[in-house]
Design a protein around this ligand. Structure first.
Ligand code: PEP
Ligand code: MG
Length: 325
């Protein structure tokens, strides 16, 4: 009972005005998995598959990967797990995967770009995911999508692997749900075509904010100059919520913003209803949610969407303390 009280895991993540917010964890290590039960999470909103690759000295084979993913699915039970395909390059390097040097790795041939250009690794990963999720739904999420055709190419690759599994008489997943991460600004202006092709969208605020402000996420000298709690980011997020909602495609936010109570509060004000965060962040976010009223908060953000303030943080901080959040 003490543990439940500390994490609030038995308290529904519902706002004061009755909006249910999905609370998912970001995971990658085996040690993350017990948090699902301990925190009463709704599922794994982002499973970073590069993490098990990064802690090994060479590529895990298909069998080994299938074992890793199978273990994650077993621990999750009937909660959904969103597997993100390898997001390497940029700040995540696999020493045993030789790639060319780049002046600008964050904007280089990383993530899905590498996956499609050198598909051997992605193909084997998809094969392992299909094998591990026999008889259940498989959620696959693509990192750093910049153009709609990349989703089509990834789907073709997945379909080919499903067909191969069928030919071999292997039981496959009951369904495959394919999602795209929204991290590259250009994707924001391709939504009508994108939303026809995907089952869900995850806004990766770490990368999206970095590219919106052209400010390296790993360089505090520049990240301190820009606040994600700024009119441009709030306006963009509200627009993405409206467009995805109109298309009936669920949107979640899985960058660090989702795990910071004040920033998560702002996301709720923009209309976001699904968050995925580092496990340690969930108790604080859950407590925030239960004391927030979405109506006045959304009105405040709408009102400030064209404000000249570089940061809405002081305003939101005042709002939070005035409302007992
Ligand atoms: C993001 O960019 O917000 C994200 C969740 O992906 P990562 O932090 O792993 O790049
Ligand atoms: Mg990212």
């Amino acid at each position: 009972a003490g543990a439940a009280a500390a994490t609030g895991r038995d308290l529904e993540p519902v706002t004061r005005d009755g909006e249910r917010v999905g609370l998912h964890i970001n995971a990658g290590l085996r040690a993350d998995l017990p948090h699902l039960d301990a925190l009463g999470a709704d599922g794994i909103g982002l499973y970073r598959t590069e993490v098990p690759f990064m802690v090994r000295r060479s590529f895990p084979g298909v069998d080994e990967q299938a074992r890793i993913y199978g273990h994650v699915l077993a621990r999750a039970g009937d909660r959904p797990v969103v597997f993100r395909t390898l997001d390497v390059g940029g700040d995540k390097i696999l020493p045993y995967w030789r790639t060319e040097d780049e002046d600008n790795p964050a904007m280089g041939r990383r993530a899905l770009r590498l996956g499609l250009d050198r598909p051997h690794v992605l193909r084997r990963q998809v094969r392992a995911l299909i094998r591990a999720s026999a008889g259940r739904e498989l959620h696959i999420m693509l990192p750093m999508v910049s153009q709609v055709w990349e989703v089509d190419r990834a789907r073709e690759l997945i379909d080919r692997e499903r067909a191969l599994a069928r030919e071999r008489g292997q039981p496959g997943p009951s369904a495959v749900r394919l999602g795209a991460m929204l991290e590259v600004p250009a994707l924001c202006w391709q939504l009508p075509r994108l939303l026809e092709r995907v089952d869900f969208i995850a806004l990766g605020s770490n990368d999206l904010v970095q590219f919106v402000f052209a400010a390296d996420r790993g360089n505090p000298q520049v990240t301190r100059r820009y606040d994600p709690l700024s009119p441009p980011v709030m306006k963009l997020t509200s627009q993405l919520v409206a467009e995805t909602e109109a298309a009936g495609v669920p949107l979640s936010v899985c960058g660090e913003m989702a795990g910071n109570p004040l920033e998560a509060m702002a996301l709720i004000g923009c209309g976001v209803r699904r968050l995925s965060m580092a496990p340690r962040a969930m108790p604080g976010v859950r407590a925030m949610l239960r004391s927030v009223d979405t109506g006045p908060l959304s009105a405040l953000l709408r009102d400030k969407s064209d404000s000249a303030d570089a940061s809405l943080r002081p305003l939101l901080q005042t709002y939070a303390s005035d409302h007992g959040i």
